[in-house]
Design a protein around this ligand. Structure first.
Ligand code: FES
Length: 102
């Protein structure tokens, strides 16, 4: 089962999630990483859920067109739209205040 490590505001939150988990879907039903994960649309349109991948990015699929459109050059800095990711492997993410300000 994927083990998620989530950094926010200098704090670290960790939890194991089911395979094929979407963190925005979970936060939407008030499960980890709620209430710490910022998100809005859940559809790749707002970039509020953008996080920088610290570890485990090699297991993720390539960014989809929504991520490319929303993140642009931030993709090269390791950012992904968490609402567009279904996790199958361990991952470590940080959501920084500036990550939400697209
Ligand atoms: S929540 Fe809007 S892009 Fe992910």
């Amino acid at each position: 089962m994927p083990f998620v490590t989530f950094h926010k505001h200098g704090q670290v939150f960790r939890e194991e999630v089911k395979p094929n988990t979407n963190l925005v879907v979970r936060a939407g039903i008030k499960q980890f990483p709620y209430p710490n994960l910022s998100f809005q649309c859940g559809m790749g349109k707002c970039a509020t859920c953008a996080c920088r991948v610290l570890a485990g990015g090699e297991h993720l699929p390539p960014p989809n067109w929504k991520e490319k459109k929303q993140l642009g050059e931030r993709l090269e800095q390791g950012f992904r739209l968490v609402c567009q990711l279904w996790l199958e492997h361990d991952i470590e993410l940080v959501q920084e205040p500036q990550a939400a300000a697209a």
